[in-house]
Ligand binder design. Structure first.
Ligand code: 8X3
Length: 256
């Protein structure tokens, strides 16, 4: 059944980096557990994976910020899916781009609940199994916003700094258990990310990518594949990946 194939649980699988990573990993022989809040796109993705690879994915519709739902989802996995080798904490969002004094507290709660608490709930639920088996890999989707802060980024940047800190902290706490922890920190990636940040305003959502070639979901997926295919004695700690036209959060080369 699953002999030799590693099982990966990826959150936020229904779009963008999550969807591209799911497809790429499935094509590279991994068994996928796909999570996201919406069931329909997960079903479509699972069917696509089945068509392309002959192996269906297991879908778990889930809001990672719902602590009880996360525990239940992990606790009720069928036996053949219960040994998760790799957790990819990809679910996350930016909501709003306002000065702190004008920020919408509901946006802050959503970002903190998903980007920090959701990542923690998933990790806390799956780590005991990895510890028991003596191996595992946690890949956290951080951001360049976890390395720098920029105007109006405030709470989003704070959540991604938390992801960065938690990745480093996990690496220490899990050291004696042979579990790898990787932080992937992308810069400008053109996905639904910007549309969510600007609450569906397509014109504003395009602005960060104007006059330059941003990364796409596949670029980040390939980086994740690289990290998880290193030999067992190698742990990629932290990777910052930007478009060639981006030096950091402030310097972007645009042709206009
Ligand atoms: C996404 C990258 O630059 O919008 O995490 O913060 S950025």
């Amino acid at each position: 059944m699953s002999k030799g194939k590693k099982t990966v649980w990826i959150t936020g699988a229904s779009a963008g980096i999550g969807m591209e990573t799911s497809l790429l990993l499935a094509e590279n022989g991994y068994r996928l557990i796909l999570s996201a809040r919406r069931k329909k796109p997960l079903e479509e993705l699972s069917e696509k994976i089945h068509r392309r690879t002959g192996t269906p994915a297991w879908i778990v519709p889930l809001d990672v910020s719902d602590r009880i739902a996360v525990d239940k989802a992990v606790g009720t996995l069928p036996a053949e899916w219960a040994q998760v080798d790799i957790l990819i904490n990809n679910a996350g969002l930016a909501a709003g781009l306002d000065h702190l004094q004008e920020g919408d507290i509901n946006d802050w709660e959503r970002m903190i609940d998903t980007n920090i608490k959701g990542l923690l709930y998933m990790t806390r639920s799956l780590l005991p199994g990895m510890v028991e088996r003596g191996h595992g890999h946690v890949v956290n989707l951080g951001s360049i916003a976890g390395k720098e802060v920029y105007e109006r980024g405030n709470v989003y940047c704070a959540t991604k700094h938390a992801v960065d800190a938690l990745s480093r902290a996990m690496r220490i706490d899990l050291l004696s258990h042979g579990i790898r922890v990787t932080n992937i920190a992308p810069g400008l990636v053109e996905t639904e990310f910007s549309l969510v940040r600007f609450k569906g305003d397509a014109r504003k959502a395009k602005d960060p990518y104007r006059g330059m070639t941003p990364l796409n979901g596949r670029d980040v997926a390939e980086t994740i594949l690289f990290a998880i295919t290193r030999p067992p004695h190698v742990c990629i700690n932290d990777l910052v990946i930007t478009p060639t036209a981006q030096a950091n959060s402030y310097y972007v080369q645009r042709h206009e």
